[in-house]
Design a protein around this ligand. Structure first.
Ligand code: ADP
Ligand code: ZN
Ligand code: ZN
Length: 802
């Protein structure tokens, strides 16, 4: 096997296939499936993944592999297959599918440079590109439009040279270790020989006579209260030696986790866990939907199922939405399984993520608890995959490759013959419908633990408040209850949905709203810096003092941002201690956890925040939850608006009264009669499901129909419209009668970063040819995509319809 088939790091449809390379003798046995290599590609040297090894190739003059980056494969056989499947499913590039499975650190950045021979003259265009410099970045060449062919010629002539540097930005971290170089007897002799005044040196030698094992330098120096200087002379004398040892950056290193034992399961829990355990016992793949209200003991079921898996020497993946990956959640897993758990979430640095990943790769852990991408954990003996809060949209990746973690989980579950458990208090309509049809097995927990009841929900009609002359953002009922909690020294969580409720700036005279010059969206006011910012393209400008349209001075900010609520609270309740949690206060690493633990320790009365506080919080003393505006989600242009509102209200309500003290919820809304608000306040999932299913059927939406969303974007509006038109027409003529092709329509966000956006939406039941047709479209526009800045994105399971 001396030919390697390599997928190279050039994401384009032209290069979206393996290329054959010869394995030079020096790399025989090192190059194997799943390792990264550096290969020559045109005039460049680039990174690639070895996806297969073979003996023969259709081509006879193969270039040799330049370098090998891994000594052990970083993609297992299974993950390579999964990557191929993912590529097919999402119509992305092989390279993107492999990259997405690996930690950031391994997607080695390498800097390519062009070096010129000083004494030789270059062709004119290249000469001016170098502009007197000896070295330029390869990127500059790529952007110059000069042909590769010409560059290649100068390279062949030896006038220009390509240099590359693979820079893994964060690699292994090491610590200095010290150990004796001589046997104890020699050390004893040396001890005697050392002059009496070399007290510290003697102490160090004494230490190693007693304990001749390697010890970290830091520990040694600390223990003996000495310095590197004393150590240095012993090293120089050859009595001791030092070496580097790799250490892991364990973010939970300094934390003690209290060990917890498995609870004795309730009858209901027992009934729910039995099919899971049986499925594992039988070594079968099956998808289970665990439907249970918050606090009904789902997590305990996850923990005990995983315990079984570990007892059999197998491995488990536990997915949790990013925002629910709170310290409390981590604690529950670390508390039960200790160091056999790896944790992966976005708050970790790239290096820390890499370390956690390597613990999995090296089989030092058996469980991973993590957000979406942990679904690609390189385990080889999976016994169970669990997805908690399966309805969360963060399980869908909105970038290439556009995968849903649920689909990956099922794919891996089939490969490993193991159960996939989806858990939620408010399952997606898709999953619940599948469970009802019997495609998934439905497991139900209907009761909360300790017979706790779900908190009473009061829906307040904000229109009545207005009529009664209350213009504040707090209804009288909510204010009264907050005041009451402050008196009783209990805690309150106030929830504000960020989307659609950020502060925008408007002129009171002429109604002019300040928008981003690059995107069709209002700018958001940021008080601390007195600036207006765009949330889509990070454009910013100072807050104006006059209206740019009519020059009036009455320009001011509107809407209800968290900052504004906080100010308002302070006006009304100056004695209340408030912790505000939003993107601004949690930007710094660890800030999120710190604020939560402060609240948990009772250092504040009110926790005020955006969606990030809606999930997974569990504080004993919280007895009131307020939702300031239930409507903000309802008004989104999205067929899932009602479902999302129902989910959110249910989640938020679940935060109150989880323990001994009963809880209460106040939901403020301008549309109290909306079915999702009403049914959420009654915790009636089934009724909501039935009602919503009827609407989905009537309007031809999932789960009755599948959707494909094609979004076309380009700086030129006419161009976008024209291309989208063509695509729509093509799909209309090629798909079956049953499919509906909608478009071209401008996207809800018609312009982002100076690019116009149009879309085509396909609703269908069964179109086996669809992928092939879409591939043809991508192929047809390939040149324009590469050279003319055209973008065509295809989403087979769209969650963002804007
Ligand atoms: P969920 O994940 O459905 O929100 P949890 O698993 O967090 O529910 O359970 C809610 C609470 O009840 C937790 O504090 C948990 O420790 C406790 N609990 C769960 N199962 C049991 C049990 N069988 N016996 C006693 N307490 C339990
Ligand atoms: Zn104005
Ligand atoms: Zn913008």
């Amino acid at each position: 096997m001396d030919i390697a088939r390599v997928v190279v790091d050039v994401p384009s449809s032209q290069t979206n296939r393996p290329f054959d390379y010869r394995v030079p003798d020096k790399f025989r046995g090192i190059v194997e499936k799943g390792v990264r290599v550096i290969v020559p590609f045109g005039p460049r040297k680039i990174m690639g993944y070895v996806v297969a090894m073979t003996n023969k190739s259709e081509f006879d003059r193969l270039k040799p592999i330049e370098d090998v980056l891994d000594l052990t494969p970083i993609l297992t056989e299974e993950l390579l297959d999964l990557g191929n499947w993912l590529t097919e499913q999402t119509l992305s590039f092989y390279i993107s599918s492999f990259q997405v499975m690996l930690p950031q650190v391994l997607k080695a950045k390498y800097k390519k440079e062009l070096w010129r021979q000083e004494e030789e003259l270059l062709p004119e265009n290249l000469e001016s590109l170098f502009g007197g410099r000896e070295v330029i970045e390869f990127e500059e060449f790529e952007q110059s439009g000069i042909s590769y062919h010409q560059l290649q010629k100068t390279i062949q002539e030896g006038i220009i040279d390509v240099h590359y540097e693979v820079k893994s930005r964060e690699t292994k971290k090491t610590t200095t270790m010290i150990q004796p170089e001589k046997d104890p007897v020699s050390l004893e002799e040396a001890f005697v020989d050392l002059p009496a005044q070399a007290k510290k040196q003697k102490e160090i030698v004494q230490y190693f006579i007693e304990a001749p094992e390697p010890v970290s330098q830091k520990f040694l120096l600390g223990q003996l209260g000495t310095t590197r200087a004393s150590l240095k002379s012993l090293l120089d004398k050859g009595l001791l030696k030092e070496f580097k040892q790799e250490i892991y950056r364990d973010p939970y290193e300094n934390k003690e986790f209290e060990r917890t034992e498995a609870f004795e399961l309730t009858d209901e829990q027992q009934e729910a866990i039995t099919p899971i355990l049986r499925c594992m016992e039988d070594g079968k793949h099956e998808v289970m939907l665990l439907h249970g209200v918050t606090g009904s003991g789902k997590t305990e079921i996850y923990l005990q199922s995983i315990q079984q898996v570990m007892d059999k020497g197998m491995e488990a993946i536990m997915l949790v939405p990013e925002i629910a990956l709170t310290p409390q959640m981590v604690e529950r897993f670390k508390g039960r399984f200790g160091s056999r758990v790896a944790v992966m979430h976005s708050a970790l640095s790239a290096g820390e993520k890499y370390d956690e990943w390597r613990k999995i790769q090296r089989k030092e852990v058996q469980v991973v608890v993590g957000a979406r991408s942990a679904i690609f954990a390189p385990f080889t003996k999976l016994g169970i995959i669990i997805i908690d809060e399966e309805h969360e949209t963060s399980y869908k990746q909105e970038d290439h490759p556009r995968y849903h973690a649920r689909d990956i989980a099922i794919q891996r579950g089939i490969k490993h013959n193991c159960p996939v458990v989806l858990g939620s208090a408010t399952p997606t309509l898709e999953s619940f419908a599948r469970a009802k049809k019997g495609n998934y097995q439905l497991l139900t927990l209907s009761k909360r633990m300790n017979d706790a009841t779900m908190p009473e929900v009061e829906v307040v009609d904000m229109r009545d408040e207005l009529h009664a002359g209350n213009r504040s953002m707090f209804s009288r009922a909510l204010m009264e209850k907050i005041t009451d909690r402050l008196k009783r020294k209990e805690q309150v969580v106030l929830f504000l949905n960020r989307r659609g409720y950020s502060t925008f700036v408007m002129c009171r005279d002429c109604g002019h709203v300040i928008e981003c010059p690059h995107c069709d969206i209002a700018l958001t006011y940021h008080r601390r810096q007195e600036k207006l910012k765009c949330h889509y393209c990070s454009y910013e400008e100072p807050m104006p003092s006059r209206c740019p349209e009519c020059d009036s001075e009455t320009i001011r900010y509107f809407g209800t941002g968290t900052q504004k609520v906080e100010e308002n609270l302070q006006q009304h309740l100056p004695e209340a201690r408030v912790i505000r949690m939003d993107v601004d206060t949690t930007r710094r690493k660890g800030a999120h956890e710190k604020l939560l633990s402060q609240f948990g320790a009772g250092e504040a009365d009110i926790l005020l925040g955006t969606q990030m506080i809606a999930k997974g919080l569990d504080f004993e003393n919280v007895t009131l939850v307020g939702v300031l505006t239930a409507d903000s989600l309802l008004n989104l242009p999205d067929f899932r608006a009602a479902e999302k509102t129902f989910q959110l209200l249910t989640q938020v309500s679940g935060r109150a009264g989880r323990h001994l003290k009963p809880g209460e919820v106040v939901v403020q809304t301008y549309t109290p009669e909306h079915y999702s608000v009403e049914m959420a306040s009654e915790y009636d999932y089934e009724r909501f499901f039935n009602h919503e299913m009827k609407l989905r059927k009537a309007f031809q939406y999932p789960p009755y129909f599948f959707l494909t969303l094609i979004t076309v974007s380009h700086p030129n509006q006419l161009k976008v419209q024209e291309v989208t038109q063509k695509i729509c027409k093509f799909m209309k003529t090629k798909l079956s009668e049953e499919a509906t092709v909608l478009g071209p329509t401008p996207s809800a966000l018609t312009r982002i970063k100076d690019r116009y956006r149009f879309q085509c939406m396909i609703k269908y039941k069964q179109e086996p040819e669809q992928r092939k047709l879409l591939k043809r479209i991508l192929h047809y526009y390939d040149d324009e995509i590469r050279q003319d800045d055209l973008q065509i994105s295809i989403d087979f399971q769209p969650y963002q319809l804007m």
